[in-house]
Design a binder for this molecule. Structure first.
Ligand code: HEM
Length: 402
């Protein structure tokens, strides 16, 4: 077991430390409710999913635009810039700081997350959860899992330690300070509580990972889809020119007047379904469904990918067609089978924030750039690579100034 408040590097589910902690993997119940409620309301205080967050996103986008501008006319892989930018938005709320795009330590951290997402769906590597002794094998995926866990742990542990040393309870600076304050308050009241440094470690890990990989991959897909479908890109360009123009940055208030851009983002979310399998849910009652009995307490995993490609719900589901989300008079139409953020009580906690980021980042990039595939390059692989999230295979595009 961990000696200190944090899990030791390399600990596995078997040690009792990693199973069911945080929000994403916490079992449904009081602890999950308390932690989700506290996290959501504290993040809302920092603008999560609200207009207040807009200036922070726009500020980060100045750095993104500058990176894309220096790659104009060249074949360029946008992956690191997008991951770093999206991560900075959640980092600024959680840790009170952003990281420069050439910060080597942070670059390594982001690579570890991408790596971790792939390893998490690698069944041999995950044998470590069943046979923890495998973590001591000095080769293969087991060694990699242990190293990934150790490095991510050290990074997050350092952030919590620094906050403990420097926090002023009267002036909490960010999510971590608020959480530490809540721990102290509950300890002072001698309440039997789930709030602890240990739990904070998992919560910020969840927010950092869930808030970075999903949104970044959706944006990378969006850039790739625009380069692969110039006719759609041109319609988005036209809408941006008509509604926003060139002299000011896009604002969330523009979204209402930009149905084609919104429909394009929705179609990218549908086609790519970056979280193809939602997190495990549990049947709260025994139910009969299509001739099968699902007993109370069974684990149920929704296959969002199959819902988004179901031919009985979508016409020509494998075709990229943003207009499927538009009515004949050009307004957004809803489809009950559209559920990229999941469904039910465990629906994505970051949905509102993700939608803001997707609209602002996508429209800001397309306001300034046109994306092209490098001449003579093979057709891009649109199948994606499966980890916990579905990411595009590494690709290069050429940004051209509009
Ligand atoms: C395009 C971006 C995103 C997509 C497509 C997405 C999708 C999802 C999906 C499908 C789930 C599982 C829901 C279910 O099982 O029904 C989920 C859960 C979750 N997401 Fe997201 N997400 C995105 C962005 C974010 C962001 C930005 C954050 C936070 C900063 C976030 C935090 C979470 C958390 C904490 C959960 C677990 C909720 C719970 O178990 O109560 N997500 N997300």
């Amino acid at each position: 077991m961990a000696a200190g408040p944090y899990p030791e590097a390399g600990q596995t589910a078997e040690t009792g430390q990693t199973a069911g902690a945080g929000i994403v993997f916490a079992p449904y119940g009081l602890v999950w409710k308390q932690q989700r409620k506290f996290s959501l309301s504290t993040l809302r205080y920092f603008g999560f999913g609200k207009l207040d967050l807009e200036p922070k996103i726009i500020e980060e986008l100045q750095f993104v635009k500058s990176e894309f501008s220096s790659a104009v006319g060249m074949a360029f892989c946008p992956s690191h810039v997008i991951h770093n930018a999206v991560s900075n938005i959640i980092c600024s709320m959680c840790f009170g700081k952003r990281f420069e795009y050439d910060d080597e330590e942070f670059r390594t951290m982001l690579n570890l997350i991408v790596q971790g997402m792939k390893l998490a769906s690698n069944s041999p590597a995950m044998l470590i959860n069943v046979i923890p002794l495998f973590q001591y094998l000095p080769f293969g995926p087991f060694k990699e899992v242990v190293k990934t866990v150790r490095d991510v742990t050290a990074f997050l542990k350092n952030i919590i330690d620094q906050h403990r040393k420097t926090m002023d309870p009267e002036n909490p600076r960010d999510f971590v300070d608020f959480y530490l304050k809540e721990i102290d308050y509950q300890r002072h009241k001698k309440q039997n509580t789930s709030f602890s440094e240990d739990y904070l470690f998992y919560i910020i890990g969840d927010l950092f990972v869930a808030g970075t990989d999903t949104t970044s991959n959706t944006l990378l897909w969006a850039i790739l889809f625009m380069a692969a479908h110039p006719e759609v890109q041109e319609r988005v360009h036209k809408e941006i020119s008509a509604v926003i123009g060139e002299s000011r940055p896009p604002s969330l208030k523009d979204k209402l007047h930009m149905p084609f851009t919104e429909a394009t983002i929705m179609e990218i979310l549908r086609m790519t379904t970056v979280v193809p399998l939602a997190i495990p849910h549990m049947a709260s009652e025994t139910i009969d469904f299509k001739g099968y009995t699902i007993p109370k307490g069974s684990m149920v995993v929704a296959n969002l990918w199959s819902v988004h490609r179901d031919p009985s719900m979508w016409e020509h589901p494998d075709e990229f067609n943003p207009s499927r989300f538009l009515s004949p008079d050009g307004n957004i139409v809803k489809n009950e089978a559209f559920m990229p953020f999941g469904i039910g009580k465990r629906i994505c906690m970051g949905e509102q924030m993700a939608k803001m980021e997707l609209f602002l980042i996508f429209s800001t990039l397309l306001q300034s750039f046109c994306f092209k595939l490098p001449e003579g390059s093979d057709a891009p692989n649109m199948a994606g690579q499966f980890g916990l999230t579905l990411s595009p295979h590494p690709f290069k595009i050429i940004p051209v100034m509009r």
